[in-house]
Design a protein around this ligand. Structure first.
Ligand SMILES: NC(=O)c1ccc[n+]([C@@H]2O[C@H](COP(=O)([O-])OP(=O)(O)OC[C@H]3O[C@@H](n4cnc5c(N)ncnc54)[C@H](O)[C@@H]3O)[C@@H](O)[C@H]2O)c1
Length: 266
């Protein structure tokens, strides 16, 4: 197997105490698993209790010795996010890394959009990252060597139809990344963004089901909007997240990295 396509064991996250939101599946779960495989302590957070428990159990089974715990929390709630940070501190003694990954999408043209859907998308994808960061920053500052990684999207910069609220939320997240990089540099917190392209996760697989396609159909597709002619795998997004979060990226802050098989330059 090529490096980057499986969970490689190592020590790249040794000493890191991490909180990953939206860990109930997809990129969040893959990131948590890779962090565990690289010796981070992980608090996995999601508002879907059943999905969260299932992912944590699966990770613990696949990564012997994994240090992982779960916290059911809504990232839009100041109460829940504070409780999640408190749990990480209680269990693991602090917090060094926050991955803002939780997100929702609604598809609609701007003309037909229901404003309540816009409010929901902005409230989870943008204000959720703000709320979670506000709760985490005091503890991240205390660690003296911390990182925040925000999951944006290649479509923060590439245009398309029908994802107006989602793509606007992801563009705003890039702006937020730069603002927090400015504000937190003096406090030892680096803030960066990973911008995935089309990646196989419960969301994209669920969407394909509506078109009569399953996951292996998607894997077999020559995806025309990437140079690599295929979908990304969640693990291929998790590695760049790991890199930004690790000490290997110690001189990088305020950056955004396209991880999209080339979509953004086509
Ligand atoms: N999959 C892709 O093709 C793709 C492409 C570009 C960007 N991204 C971004 O990567 C991230 C992960 O994507 P994914 O496809 O794995 O997502 P997903 O939809 O499969 O999972 C998102 C998780 O977030 C959780 N969540 C939603 N609202 C929440 C809330 N208020 N509080 C706590 N948890 C909440 C959900 O329960 C779910 O488990 C997202 O930020 C997404 O926007 C994904």
């Amino acid at each position: 197997m090529e490096r980057g396509t499986h969970m490689e064991r190592g020590t790249r996250m040794q000493g890191k105490i991490t909180l990953v939101t939206g860990g109930g599946g997809g990129i969040g779960a893959a990131t948590a698993e890779l962090f565990c495989a690289q010796q981070a302590k992980v608090l996995l957070v999601d508002c879907d209790a059943a999905a969260l428990a299932k992912q944590a159990e699966a990770i613990a089974a696949r990564i012997p010795g994994a240090v992982i715990s779960i916290c059911v929390a809504d990232v839009t709630s100041a109460h829940d996010t504070a409780a999640a940070v408190a749990k990480a501190v209680e269990l693991f003694g602090g917090l060094t890394t926050l991955v803002n990954n939780a997100a929702v999408r609604y598809l609609s043209s701007v003309l037909d959009a229901d404003l309540a859907q816009w409010e929901k998308v902005l409230s989870v994808n943008l204000l959720g990252a703000v709320t979670m960061s506000k709760a985490a920053i005091p503890e991240l500052r205390r660690s003296g060597n911390a990182g925040i990684v925000n999951l944006s999207s290649t479509y923060a910069e590439v245009g398309r139809r029908d994802f107006g609220a989602y793509d606007a939320s992801k563009a705003a997240l890039l702006s937020l990344t730069r603002t927090m990089a400015f504000e937190e540099a003096a406090h030892g917190i680096r803030v960066n963004a990973v911008c995935p392209g089309g990646t196989l996760t419960p969301f994209t697989v669920g969407r394909a089901k509506d078109r009569g396609l399953n996951e292996s159909d998607l894997r077999g597709q020559a995806k025309g909007d990437t140079l690599q002619k295929r979908w990304g795998e969640a693990i291929e997004i998790a590695y760049p997240v790991l890199w930004f979060a690790s000490n290997e990226a110690s001189f990088i802050t305020g950056a955004s990295l396209m991880v999209d098989g080339g979509t953004s330059i086509m």
